[in-house]
Design a protein around this ligand. Structure first.
Ligand code: VGL
Ligand code: ZN
Length: 219
Protein backbone atom coordinates (compact mmCIF):
# COMPACT_ATOMS: atom_id res chain seq x y z
CA UNK A 1 0.00 0.00 0.00
CA UNK A 2 1.30 3.43 -0.82
CA UNK A 3 2.00 5.80 2.02
CA UNK A 4 -0.48 8.17 0.43
CA UNK A 5 -3.27 5.69 0.99
CA UNK A 6 -2.13 4.13 4.24
CA UNK A 7 -3.84 6.75 6.36
CA UNK A 8 -7.28 6.22 4.86
CA UNK A 9 -7.67 9.92 4.47
CA UNK A 10 -9.21 11.84 1.57
CA UNK A 11 -8.36 8.95 -0.70
CA UNK A 12 -11.00 9.75 -3.28
CA UNK A 13 -9.76 13.31 -3.66
CA UNK A 14 -6.40 11.95 -4.82
CA UNK A 15 -6.07 12.74 -8.54
CA UNK A 16 -4.10 9.52 -8.96
CA UNK A 17 -6.95 7.33 -7.63
CA UNK A 18 -10.03 6.06 -9.47
CA UNK A 19 -13.20 4.33 -8.31
CA UNK A 20 -14.35 1.67 -10.78
CA UNK A 21 -18.07 0.99 -10.34
CA UNK A 22 -18.64 -2.48 -11.75
CA UNK A 23 -21.72 -3.66 -13.64
CA UNK A 24 -24.57 -1.94 -11.76
CA UNK A 25 -26.92 -2.97 -14.53
CA UNK A 26 -30.61 -3.86 -14.58
CA UNK A 27 -29.94 -7.56 -15.30
CA UNK A 28 -27.76 -7.94 -12.19
CA UNK A 29 -30.30 -6.39 -9.82
CA UNK A 30 -33.33 -8.16 -8.34
CA UNK A 31 -35.83 -8.89 -11.12
CA UNK A 32 -33.06 -9.02 -13.72
CA UNK A 33 -31.93 -11.96 -15.83
CA UNK A 34 -28.89 -12.70 -13.63
CA UNK A 35 -29.93 -11.08 -10.37
CA UNK A 36 -27.24 -10.98 -7.69
CA UNK A 37 -28.66 -11.47 -4.17
CA UNK A 38 -28.71 -8.12 -2.38
CA UNK A 39 -27.63 -6.36 -5.57
CA UNK A 40 -30.20 -3.63 -4.98
CA UNK A 41 -28.25 -2.57 -1.87
CA UNK A 42 -25.21 -1.66 -3.92
CA UNK A 43 -26.21 1.41 -6.00
CA UNK A 44 -26.72 3.68 -2.96
CA UNK A 45 -23.40 2.51 -1.50
CA UNK A 46 -21.61 3.06 -4.79
CA UNK A 47 -23.20 6.50 -5.08
CA UNK A 48 -21.83 7.42 -1.64
CA UNK A 49 -18.39 6.13 -2.49
CA UNK A 50 -18.33 7.84 -5.87
CA UNK A 51 -19.30 11.21 -4.41
CA UNK A 52 -15.93 11.21 -2.64
CA UNK A 53 -13.91 10.44 -5.79
CA UNK A 54 -12.59 12.88 -8.32
CA UNK A 55 -12.16 10.08 -10.87
CA UNK A 56 -14.87 7.48 -11.49
CA UNK A 57 -15.23 4.88 -14.25
CA UNK A 58 -18.38 2.80 -14.78
CA UNK A 59 -18.32 -0.64 -16.38
CA UNK A 60 -21.03 -2.38 -18.37
CA UNK A 61 -21.23 -6.06 -19.19
CA UNK A 62 -22.22 -5.81 -22.87
CA UNK A 63 -22.65 -9.06 -24.74
CA UNK A 64 -23.75 -9.72 -28.31
CA UNK A 65 -26.79 -12.02 -28.67
CA UNK A 66 -25.69 -15.65 -28.73
CA UNK A 67 -22.61 -14.91 -26.61
CA UNK A 68 -20.38 -17.87 -25.73
CA UNK A 69 -21.10 -17.38 -21.98
CA UNK A 70 -24.84 -17.95 -22.42
CA UNK A 71 -26.12 -21.47 -21.66
CA UNK A 72 -28.65 -20.98 -24.47
CA UNK A 73 -25.76 -20.89 -26.96
CA UNK A 74 -24.79 -24.49 -26.06
CA UNK A 75 -27.50 -27.07 -26.82
CA UNK A 76 -28.17 -29.36 -23.87
CA UNK A 77 -26.45 -27.07 -21.35
CA UNK A 78 -28.06 -25.30 -18.41
CA UNK A 79 -27.15 -22.08 -16.61
CA UNK A 80 -24.49 -22.43 -13.88
CA UNK A 81 -22.87 -25.49 -15.49
CA UNK A 82 -19.19 -25.12 -16.36
CA UNK A 83 -17.81 -26.09 -19.76
CA UNK A 84 -14.26 -26.08 -21.12
CA UNK A 85 -13.48 -23.40 -23.70
CA UNK A 86 -10.15 -22.74 -25.46
CA UNK A 87 -9.23 -20.09 -22.86
CA UNK A 88 -10.27 -22.17 -19.82
CA UNK A 89 -13.37 -23.23 -17.89
CA UNK A 90 -16.45 -21.09 -18.49
CA UNK A 91 -19.49 -20.90 -16.21
CA UNK A 92 -22.62 -20.72 -18.35
CA UNK A 93 -25.12 -18.01 -17.52
CA UNK A 94 -28.67 -17.12 -18.35
CA UNK A 95 -28.75 -14.66 -21.28
CA UNK A 96 -27.91 -11.29 -19.71
CA UNK A 97 -26.74 -7.79 -20.57
CA UNK A 98 -27.38 -8.17 -24.29
CA UNK A 99 -26.17 -5.08 -26.13
CA UNK A 100 -28.85 -2.42 -26.42
CA UNK A 101 -31.48 -4.22 -24.33
CA UNK A 102 -33.16 -2.71 -21.24
CA UNK A 103 -31.42 -5.30 -19.01
CA UNK A 104 -28.02 -4.03 -20.12
CA UNK A 105 -28.71 -0.45 -19.02
CA UNK A 106 -26.95 1.02 -16.03
CA UNK A 107 -29.49 0.96 -13.19
CA UNK A 108 -31.55 4.12 -12.76
CA UNK A 109 -30.52 3.98 -9.08
CA UNK A 110 -26.94 4.80 -10.04
CA UNK A 111 -26.44 8.52 -9.53
CA UNK A 112 -22.86 9.27 -10.52
CA UNK A 113 -23.04 12.16 -13.00
CA UNK A 114 -19.32 12.89 -12.72
CA UNK A 115 -18.30 9.42 -14.00
CA UNK A 116 -15.78 10.07 -16.75
CA UNK A 117 -15.77 6.84 -18.75
CA UNK A 118 -18.08 3.89 -19.31
CA UNK A 119 -16.15 0.83 -20.39
CA UNK A 120 -18.01 -2.05 -22.01
CA UNK A 121 -16.72 -5.58 -21.80
CA UNK A 122 -17.63 -9.05 -22.99
CA UNK A 123 -18.27 -7.58 -26.43
CA UNK A 124 -16.56 -10.35 -28.41
CA UNK A 125 -18.79 -13.28 -29.36
CA UNK A 126 -16.36 -16.02 -28.38
CA UNK A 127 -14.66 -14.68 -25.21
CA UNK A 128 -16.20 -13.76 -21.89
CA UNK A 129 -14.77 -10.86 -19.91
CA UNK A 130 -15.36 -10.70 -16.19
CA UNK A 131 -12.36 -8.44 -15.80
CA UNK A 132 -12.70 -4.88 -16.93
CA UNK A 133 -8.99 -4.86 -17.83
CA UNK A 134 -8.44 -8.11 -19.78
CA UNK A 135 -10.88 -10.53 -21.34
CA UNK A 136 -11.10 -14.12 -20.12
CA UNK A 137 -8.24 -15.23 -22.39
CA UNK A 138 -6.25 -12.90 -20.08
CA UNK A 139 -4.50 -11.29 -23.06
CA UNK A 140 -7.12 -9.26 -24.96
CA UNK A 141 -7.09 -5.81 -23.35
CA UNK A 142 -10.19 -3.68 -22.93
CA UNK A 143 -8.06 -0.53 -23.00
CA UNK A 144 -8.82 0.51 -19.42
CA UNK A 145 -5.27 0.20 -18.11
CA UNK A 146 -3.99 2.38 -20.96
CA UNK A 147 -6.66 4.97 -20.20
CA UNK A 148 -5.80 5.02 -16.50
CA UNK A 149 -2.05 5.21 -17.13
CA UNK A 150 -2.48 8.01 -19.67
CA UNK A 151 -4.31 9.90 -16.95
CA UNK A 152 -1.58 9.31 -14.35
CA UNK A 153 -3.77 7.07 -12.21
CA UNK A 154 -1.94 4.43 -10.16
CA UNK A 155 -4.51 3.45 -7.53
CA UNK A 156 -7.74 1.58 -8.25
CA UNK A 157 -10.73 1.15 -5.94
CA UNK A 158 -13.54 -1.18 -6.98
CA UNK A 159 -17.17 -1.55 -5.92
CA UNK A 160 -20.15 -3.25 -7.55
CA UNK A 161 -21.29 -6.62 -8.87
CA UNK A 162 -20.45 -9.35 -8.59
CA UNK A 163 -17.76 -9.74 -5.91
CA UNK A 164 -16.76 -13.20 -7.10
CA UNK A 165 -16.73 -12.54 -10.85
CA UNK A 166 -16.38 -9.10 -12.37
CA UNK A 167 -15.14 -7.33 -9.23
CA UNK A 168 -12.55 -9.94 -8.21
CA UNK A 169 -11.26 -10.63 -11.73
CA UNK A 170 -10.91 -6.88 -12.29
CA UNK A 171 -9.16 -6.42 -8.95
CA UNK A 172 -6.70 -9.25 -9.59
CA UNK A 173 -5.87 -7.86 -13.04
CA UNK A 174 -5.44 -4.33 -11.68
CA UNK A 175 -3.04 -5.56 -9.00
CA UNK A 176 -1.12 -7.75 -11.47
CA UNK A 177 -0.68 -4.81 -13.79
CA UNK A 178 0.86 -2.69 -11.09
CA UNK A 179 -2.04 -0.63 -9.72
CA UNK A 180 -2.44 -0.32 -5.96
CA UNK A 181 -5.78 -2.06 -5.70
CA UNK A 182 -8.54 -1.94 -3.10
CA UNK A 183 -11.98 -3.54 -3.06
CA UNK A 184 -14.66 -1.68 -1.11
CA UNK A 185 -15.89 -4.95 0.31
CA UNK A 186 -19.20 -3.83 1.78
CA UNK A 187 -20.16 -2.08 -1.48
CA UNK A 188 -20.16 -5.38 -3.44
CA UNK A 189 -22.41 -8.46 -3.49
CA UNK A 190 -21.63 -11.99 -4.70
CA UNK A 191 -23.28 -14.63 -6.88
CA UNK A 192 -21.46 -17.51 -5.07
CA UNK A 193 -21.77 -20.46 -7.43
CA UNK A 194 -19.67 -23.61 -6.80
CA UNK A 195 -17.33 -22.03 -4.27
CA UNK A 196 -16.69 -18.96 -6.39
CA UNK A 197 -16.71 -16.48 -3.50
CA UNK A 198 -14.10 -18.36 -1.44
CA UNK A 199 -11.92 -18.73 -4.54
CA UNK A 200 -12.28 -15.05 -5.40
CA UNK A 201 -11.22 -14.04 -1.89
CA UNK A 202 -8.16 -16.31 -2.08
CA UNK A 203 -7.23 -15.06 -5.56
CA UNK A 204 -7.52 -11.43 -4.47
CA UNK A 205 -5.41 -12.00 -1.36
CA UNK A 206 -2.75 -13.83 -3.41
CA UNK A 207 -2.61 -10.95 -5.89
CA UNK A 208 -2.16 -8.37 -3.12
CA UNK A 209 -5.61 -6.81 -3.43
CA UNK A 210 -6.55 -5.04 -0.22
CA UNK A 211 -10.00 -4.82 1.35
CA UNK A 212 -11.40 -1.56 2.62
CA UNK A 213 -14.77 -0.69 4.11
CA UNK A 214 -16.88 2.16 2.83
CA UNK A 215 -16.88 4.05 6.13
CA UNK A 216 -13.09 3.81 6.36
CA UNK A 217 -12.79 5.03 2.80
CA UNK A 218 -15.01 8.03 3.50
CA UNK A 219 -13.49 8.83 6.91
C1 VGL B 1 -20.85 -11.07 -14.30
C2 VGL B 1 -21.45 -13.23 -14.63
C3 VGL B 1 -21.57 -13.02 -15.99
C4 VGL B 1 -20.47 -10.00 -13.32
C5 VGL B 1 -20.95 -10.82 -15.65
O1 VGL B 1 -20.70 -8.81 -13.60
O2 VGL B 1 -19.94 -10.35 -12.24
N1 VGL B 1 -21.08 -12.28 -13.80
N2 VGL B 1 -21.30 -11.81 -16.48
ZN1 ZN C 1 -21.67 -11.40 -18.52
Amino acid sequence: MTARHARGHRRGADPRAVLVVVDLQVDFLPGGALAVPGGNEVPPLANRAAAAFRNVVLTQDWHPAGHVSFASTHPGRAPYETIPLPYGPQVLWPDHCVQGTPGARVSAHVDIPHAQLVIRKGVHQGIDSYSTFYEADRTTPTGLSGYLRDRGIDTVYLAGLATDFCVSWSAVDAARHGFDTFVVEDACRAIDVAGSLAKARADMAAAGVQMVRLDDLLA
